[in-house]
Each structure stands twice: as C-alpha cells, then as structure tokens.
Design a protein around this ligand. Structure first.
Ligand SMILES: N[C@@H](CCC(=O)N[C@@H](CS)C(=O)NCC(=O)O)C(=O)O
Length: 265
C-alpha cells in the first residue's frame, strides 16, 4: 500500500491541482485529493477532514460561516483549524499527513510534492532556486490572469491593460529562455515547466470569452501568441500532449488545439 505524501483539498477539476498531480505521477509519489465541482465546494466544510455539509448545518450563525473572498461569492464554511493552517483561506489547500502542516499556494504545494519525490526540482540548490524564480514569475502572471478571468464580463480598460502588460512581460521571459534551452531550467523537465503549462493553459481560457471581450471593444490578448511567442506556445502544446500531462489535463485544451488545427490523434 502506498501512503500519500500530501492531502489536497480543492474544487475539481483545477489546473492549480494538476501541477501537483502531474509531478506526483512523474515522481512516483502518492497525493490524496478531496473536493467537488466549484459550485458544490460552497456547500462543503473546508477543513483537513473536508466534507459536504447538510443544509441544516449551513446556517448563518454557524461558527464556520465566512464570506468568500476570491473567486467565491456568498458564504463559505471554513473551520478555525482550516484558517490556522491556511491563513489566506484559499484552495487548493494542502496538508501534511495528519494535517499538522498546511501548505498553500499551488506553486508551493507543487514544491512540496517535488521535494517528496525525486528529479524534478533541479540538480542542486542553485538550480532549485532558479526553478523557484520561474515559479515566482509564474505566480505574478497567474494572479493577474485570475483577476482578468474573474472580471471578464465587465473589464475596465485598466484591468485589461494590466493583463496585456503582464502577459507580454511573462511570455517574453519564457520565450527568451526557450530560445536557448529545451526546458525552462537545465536540460530536463522540471516543476518550472509543469507550472508554466498548467497556469498558461488556464490563462488561454480567455478564448472562451471572445464575444464578451468584443462587446467591450476588446480583443483576445493571446490572439497572435503562437506567432509572437512560438517557442512558448510550442512548449505548452508539446508538454500538455505528453502522457503524464494529458492524463490529468484531459480535454482541457482540445478547443484550443482545434482552433490551431493542432488536435492530438
Ligand atoms: N495563487 C493561489 C490562488 C488560490 C485562490 O485564489 N483560490 C481561490 C479560488 S480561485 C479561493 O480559494 N478563494 C476562497 C475564497 O473566496 O474565500 C494558488 O495558486 O493557489
């Protein structure tokens, strides 16, 4: 019997969880995942022992009632212990076995999985730190993308411009790196590539809002991406088609591949 190195609670499916699961599969470690579809998670108790709550348990004077802060509106049900382990109250929320240590931020959960395994977190401390550099740059991009995607129906020009600038900044750096190297760090796949693929694939969901953008006289930020940043797009498309990625990402990018005429057989 294998034992899980980490328990992750989240809405599912979630690209921020996939990064850890792809890594776990490649490293041969086990991760336990608990959760439900996004709207259902609003009826769950957010805790190490997360579980669905009955309607009679979801009352205004419940000690667990909290206001959703990011991506969730209305009341969420988070225990004090959950907020102690996860002070920002976000999912994915990971726990060490037994729940003593909370690990938050999907890139840090990813690091925890890679540390429990072998081979995807650099050859030495310097390489690991360079991987961290990419993960940090990736989080800055992903945070802008989160605000952009959540606000898609009614974007201010300022929000749109911020996203366009963050996209240009991040993709330029990724493109520059891949011009000289087959992977983001060193000669092999690392968690820097895995995080890039998952967060960038999530950003491309802006493509589902093309009409909403058009009604606001705006166009897709990623529209000419494959010609402006060919290596970055190629890296994402190639890696996401590899078995360990495809297993977790499923049909998530099919619509985009179809658009590019790059369907996987
Ligand atoms: N940068 C974080 C983002 C996590 C995040 O913002 N999660 C949101 C849902 S998308 C959340 O848990 N919100 C809880 C709330 O609204 O209170 C990560 O990568 O883990």
């Amino acid at each position: 019997m294998t034992t899980s190195v980490l328990k992750i609670f989240s809405y599912l499916p979630n690209p921020r969880v996939w990064k850890s699961l792809i890594t776990a599969d490649l490293c041969g470690v086990e991760v336990e995942v608990v959760g439900a579809k996004p709207p259902e998670l609003g009826t769950w108790l957010w805790d190490y022992d997360a579980k669905p709550l009955t309607e009679s348990e979801r009352v205004d004077d419940s000690p667990h009632a909290r206001t959703g802060r990011r991506g969730f509106s209305g009341t969420l049900w988070k225990t004090d212990a959950f907020l102690e382990a996860h002070p920002f109250g976000t999912v994915p929320a990971a726990f060490s076995p037994g729940g003593a240590v909370g690990v938050f931020e999907s890139n840090s959960i990813l690091r925890a999985v890679a540390r429990a395994g072998k081979g995807l977190y650099g050859q030495d401390g310097y390489e690991a730190s360079r991987i961290d550099s990419f993960l940090d740059a990736n989080l800055v991009f992903a945070r802008e993308a989160q605000v952009y995607l959540l606000g898609m129906e009614s974007l201010s020009q300022e929000s749109y411009d911020r996203m366009a600038a963050a996209y240009e900044f991040y993709l330029s750096g990724i493109e520059q790196t891949l011009t000289n190297s087959p992977y983001l760090v060193g000669e092999e796949l690392t968690i820097a590539d895995i995080s890039f693929v998952c967060d960038f694939a999530q950003f491309l969901r802006e493509g589902h809002y093309e009409e909403a953008l058009a009604t606001q006289s705006k166009t897709l930020i990623s529209a000419d991406g494959p010609s402006i940043y060919p290596k970055s797009f190629e890296h994402m498309l190639t890696l996401s088609a590899e078995p360990a990625f495809a297993e977790r990402m499923g049909s998530y990018l099919n619509w985009y591949r179809k658009k590019l005429g790059r369907e996987v057989a």
